[in-house]
Design a protein around this ligand. Sequence first.
Ligand SMILES: O=C(O)c1ccccc1N[C@@H]1O[C@H](COP(=O)(O)O)[C@@H](O)[C@H]1O
Length: 195
Amino acid sequence: MWVKICGITNLEDALCAIEAGADALGFVFYPKSPRYISPENARKIAEKLPLHVKKMGLFVDATAEEITFTCKEAKMDMAQIHFEVDDAFWSALKVPYLRVVRAQKSEDIESFKGLIRLVDAYVPSFGGAGQRLDLSWFEHQDCENIILAGGLTPENLEQIKPFGFYGVDVSSGVEREKGIKEHEKVREFIQRAKA
Ligand SMILES: O=C(O)c1ccccc1N[C@@H]1O[C@H](COP(=O)(O)O)[C@@H](O)[C@H]1O
């Protein structure tokens, strides 16, 4: 299973996640988030990381032009678009991206069906709140294109295994405090996701 550890704010947490086998790391460029990192600081970390690990910039309420610029400035491989956008946005975006569905009801998870997408639980603060999705919504769905997020922890990973998700994304569930990872939880999460 593909694993992304999100909300990275320092090099130590990034290296811990990589040593444990993370496939991707997330850097939050949303100024209202407690996990916000400046593009300049994200770049200092990204430059020290191996090429095979995807560096993903997470955005809320930004224009396609701003996101394109910030991803290049911060040496991100990809943008995670964590808010609703119109069709014109996607063609204006000039970096690879991951679509996010913030699901409030079961029908929502069918948005962008067939495309690789991250499905997170809807929260007014946009994310990182540890809010879980109702797993019964996924029971008759093809989950192989879905990266699941929202309230995941090392302890509840076992419940999602039978669905066959492409990947998982976690932030608050492996933290010691907002923006700082608990390394033992990071290792445990990745080990269980990949088992
Ligand atoms: O982490 C944040 O602060 C954040 C802010 C705004 C939008 C998304 C954010 N995080 C993403 O939310 C999901 C779920 O997080 P959690 O595991 O429930 O804490 C995940 O994709 C985070 O990257």
